[in-house]
Design a binder for this molecule. Structure first.
Ligand code: ADP
Length: 154
């Protein structure tokens, strides 16, 4: 069976931190689906279509990366897409605390799906989508925090 992983997240917007997680994970999996989670109660700065388009453009020459949006539980998305691994990134101990709880609960929901953590590249440890959003909303230049192939309209 192929080693397929799902990298779920809001990606509002996608950053160099997310990109570094994917770069580290690429050699480990046959296919990675970057899955944009849509929570109907959450307000996003960028539309799902915009986020899909950005991420698709970043990986347009990378056949082992797929990009999708989803609304169900991450575990259900993994099950319907035949993915045995959930990929998540860790920046610090706060991420670890939060992520380990989610990983344990996902394990309770399906013991066949394993969460794999990538420690972030130290250069990107401070990059956080919510801070990028704040800078953007206040008219700042966010280009140093996002992949080159993504152009955020100013
Ligand atoms: P969510 O709302 O699911 O936390 P995010 O888009 O904020 O979605 O993050 C998706 C994943 O990427 C999470 O596992 C998060 O810890 C990780 N991540 C976010 N920023 C970075 C970064 N700078 N370096 C490494 N991992 C990151």
């Amino acid at each position: 069976m192929k080693r397929n992983a799902v990298f779920p997240g809001s990606f509002d917007p996608y950053t160099l931190g997310h990109h570094s997680v994917i770069e580290k994970a690429l050699p480990l999996f046959d296919e990675i689906t970057i899955a944009i989670g849509i929570n109907s109660t959450k307000k996003y700065a960028f539309s799902v279509d915009q986020r899909l388009q950005w991420i698709e453009n970043v990986y347009k020459n990378e056949p082992s990366i797929k990009v999708k949006a989803f609304q169900e539980l991450t575990i259900e998305f993994c099950q319907t897409n035949q993915c045995k691994y959930i990929l998540r990134g860790l920046r610090n101990s706060i991420d670890f605390q939060y992520e380990s709880n989610i990983a344990h609960m996902n394990h309770d929901l399906d013991q066949d799906i394993e969460t794999v953590f990538m420690l972030c590249n130290p250069a990107y440890a401070a990059i956080n989508s919510s801070i990028v959003r704040e800078i953007y909303k206040n008219g700042g230049d966010v280009s140093q925090f996002i992949p080159e192939k993504m152009t955020i309209p100013l």
